[in-house]
Design a protein around this ligand. Structure first.
Ligand SMILES: Cc1cc2nc3c(=O)[nH]c(=O)nc-3n(C[C@H](O)[C@H](O)[C@H](O)COP(=O)(O)OP(=O)(O)OC[C@H]3O[C@@H](n4cnc5c(N)ncnc54)[C@H](O)[C@@H]3O)c2cc1C
Length: 705
């Protein structure tokens, strides 16, 4: 007998394939499916084992994943792209994630051609495994205030930097991948160069490649104190060995400073980077991929919630004694919470990919011919999108969890671990409240230039995302309600007009920017820090306008895209607007009557805009396989059978072989952390497996480091 979920799916009218092609380009689908087919046969990728493990066991599992990924890469001759996809599909950051996403990518973007040539091949085969070490025990956001120094020493023919933490407050902290695994750190340190008068000139933060563990025994090198910082909030990030690292006068050659843009010649002559934002380029790299990733993660949570709510039934309709209970997905309170999340996940994936393409263009221009012209806009937009998408995805996962009632709180919803692993995304790669200020500063600068140009009769070209700055200070034209009050059809045609929706989001962003500029000019004595809450709201408004306009335009860009995707873009826009009505009423962009109508239209879209079958189809279009979503979110909809099976193993019953899988991480010889370190050594030694002949060369190279 078909399940409720299968019945709902059968009523779906959508061309799922074309929506799937929109979310995931066909070339990427081929790649993803090829890797999935391999991973889903691997016992380590049974994600239902994960919630039963403690921190050391999780790390052991995570290192085994790293090792197995390397074996699979060799076995199947994976390209770098395929290997990255496999890491992504592993659903956890793993101890090599920052090696791939930060260490390698920064050597590539900030290293000279010689540095790339020297380091990258050894990094790519994981002979060198690195981490990104910026944050310190006493400093994170304030990079200029870092205590770690790199002092140039050219006395007696030396040509080296001395890396020093300057005390425990300057010890690096939170450093992902270095707790047990990394043998190198890319260290942000304040460059200090001796000057003729005997003093030291401080030249601000720069990046230095510093060996932290020996390449043979994998033990900390002299002057380096390194280890894991322990369990994290909500059990999140247990898959990652976040580290402390203290440097006591560690010497590295001058060639270990990344010098593509700023450089230090032998003898101490310093060349400044052409653009003062060049050091931000590395942060942009880390942030640029976050919006799309957040979309896929939220997509998993919302797929699980929607599928479960189609299966779950509570209460019969009044007067229907004895009839079947109602599927909870039909309740307005469920639709109002869950459907906007579906719209958000589509928005983050589609707009995140558009933004990623812009980022790649900027990166190519920067690396190939030092062109920094796109950097300020990409920097500002990446910060605002990171703020909005991490904030909303994390919030959305909790909303999805609650929409699943009691079972939402079980590990079987999957949401617990996604949420715990995603919530620090609001803090790392720049605390959201701190980086929101960077976007706000950028917008204020454009506003200033726009006003100056206007006063002198000149044109000022605004970046594409900031056209609304022309509206700052312009009194909004009230939106005429041409129809009779209560004419709901006319209300719908008015408030579902994309031009009107975007004009509202533009007015909101312009109003918030205008208010910030006014507050700054009215109270010039107030410090900037007093505005750091207002900047957060502005940053979100800026990002949400970009997300709504990009989503509306992408979803209507081709005739083959089913209209349901455009409906989601309208829901995204209406949800964003109705969540910020206070700004629109305060700025008198809307009247209370407009606001009431907007709420009505938003509610109408959620209740009537999409059938349940189509909503199920829209979750199928993500293309998740059962092992990637929660137990409650399986495609067949046999939720209770699967849940029952999952709990049997504790009482000695078979339960999908879970007992054996979990036992692999329990007990065993020696202490748990020693097993973790042993596994880390296996990962690091992997590149030598089957290549014994090369060890002689390795030892020689190591002697030179
Ligand atoms: C899971 C995880 C992984 C991490 N991985 C790494 C890593 O691999 N490498 C690495 O170098 N770092 C890493 N970090 C560190 C992370 O980048 C920093 O924690 C982050 O940048 C925030 O800095 P902070 O901790 O100094 O916070 P603080 O700046 O101390 O923030 C404390 C509070 O003060 C507020 N605040 C601070 N300054 C301002 C201001 N100017 N205006 C308004 N409010 C302000 C913040 O909003 C926050 O509420 C990681 C962190 C986590 C949680």
């Amino acid at each position: 007998m078909p399940t409720d979920l299968e019945l709902a799916r059968a009523s779906c009218q959508l061309d799922i394939k074309s929506i799937h092609d929109l979310l995931l380009l066909p070339s990427r689908q081929l790649l993803r499916n090829k890797i999935r087919n391999i991973l889903e046969k691997e016992p380590l990728w049974d994600l239902t084992t994960r919630p039963h493990l403690n921190q050391a066991q999780s790390l052991l599992r995570s290192l085994r994943l790293c090792h197995r990924l390397l074996q699979l890469r060799r076995l199947h001759n994976w390209s770098q792209e395929e290997y990255r996809e496999a890491i992504l599909l592993s659903d956890d950051s793993i101890p090599t994630t920052l090696h791939e996403s930060a260490f390698i990518s920064m050597i590539y973007s900030q290293g000279t051609d010689e540095q790339r040539e020297k380091w990258l091949p050894r990094c790519q085969r994981l002979e060198f495994v690195g981490c990104y070490a910026q944050t310190e025990l006493a400093h994170g956001s304030n990079v200029q205030g870092l205590m770690t120094t790199a002092t140039y020493d050219y006395e007696d023919g030396r040509d080296e930097f001395i890396i020093d933490s300057g005390g425990i407050e300057g010890a690096k902290w939170w450093i992902g991948g270095a707790g047990v695994l990394a043998n190198f750190a890319l260290v942000q340190a304040i460059l200090k160069v001796p000057r003729r008068d005997g003093g030291l000139e401080s030249l601000g933060p720069h990046l230095f490649l510093v060996p932290i563990r020996s390449l043979t025994k994998h033990l900390p090198l002299p002057g380096v104190t390194v280890g894991d910082i322990g369990p994290k909030a909500y059990g999140g990030f247990a898959c990652m060995d976040n580290a402390y690292i203290k440097f006591d006068n560690v010497r590295v050659p001058r060639a270990n400073m990344l010098m593509r843009f700023a450089g230090l010649a032998r003898g101490g002559e310093y060349t400044k980077a052409k653009h003062d934002k060049i050091s931000y380029a590395s942060m942009v790299t880390l942030r640029a991929g976050m919006p799309e990733n957040m979309g896929w993660l939220l997509g998993k949570a919302v797929t699980t919630a929607i599928r479960y709510c189609v299966v779950r039934r509570q209460f019969t309709s009044p007067g229907e004694q004895g009839g079947r209970e109602i599927q909870v997905i039909h309740y307005a309170s469920v639709k109002h919470r869950v459907f906007p999340l579906l719209a958000q996940s589509y928005a983050f994936i589609l707009c995140g990919r558009e933004f990623w393409n812009q980022y790649i263009q900027m990166q190519e221009a920067l690396v190939s011919h030092g062109d920094t012209s796109m950097l300020p806009e990409i920097h500002s937009l990446s910060s605002s999108l990171k703020v909005a998408t991490t904030n909303d995805a994390v919030k959305g996962m909790e909303v999805a969890r609650r929409a699943m009632g009691g079972h939402g709180f079980s590990w079987m919803s999957g949401v617990g671990i996604w949420w715990a692993n995603s919530t620090p995304g609001q803090t790392y790669e720049g605390d959201n409240y701190v980086i929101a200020q960077q976007t706000a500063r950028g917008l204020l600068k454009h506003l200033q230039r726009l006003h100056t140009a206007k006063a002198t009769g000149k044109e000022y070209e605004l970046p594409a995302s900031s056209g609304y700055l022309k509206l700052v200070g312009v009194k909004p034209t009230p939106i005429a309600t041409t129809h009779d009050k209560g004419d709901l059809k006319a209300a719908r045609s008015l408030w579902l007009n994309p031009t009107i929706l975007l004009s509202l989001l533009s007015s909101r962003a312009a109003y918030l920017l205008g208010q910030l500029a006014l507050a700054i000019s009215t109270f010039p004595q107030k410090p900037w820090t007093d505005h750091s809450f207002a900047t957060f709201a502005l940053c979100r408004a800026h990002a949400e306008l970009y997300l709504a306009s990009t989503f509306l335009s992408v979803s209507s860009s081709r005739p083959d895209i089913p209209p349901a995707v455009y409906t989601l873009a309208l829901i995204y826009s209406l949800h964003t607007i109705t969540s910020s009505l206070s700004d629109l009423l305060e700025s008198e962009t809307l009247t209370p009557h407009n606001a009431r109508e907007l709420r009505y239209v938003h509610g109408w879209m959620l209740m009537e805009g999409l059938s349940i079958g189509d909503v199920v189809g829209l979750t199928d279009a993500f293309g998740f396989r059962d092992w990637e979503v929660g137990v409650l979110g399986g495609k067949e909809g046999r939720v209770y059978e699967r849940m029952w099976e999952e709990v049997q193993w504790r009482e000695g019953k078979e339960g999908r072989g879970k007992r054996e899988k979990i036992a692999e991480f329990e007990g065993g010889q020696g202490d748990a952390w020693e097993r973790v370190r042993e596994e880390a050594r296996r990962v690091l030694g992997f590149w030598k497996e089957g290549e014994e002949g090369r060890n002689v060369g390795v030892r020689k190279r190591e002697a030179k480091l």
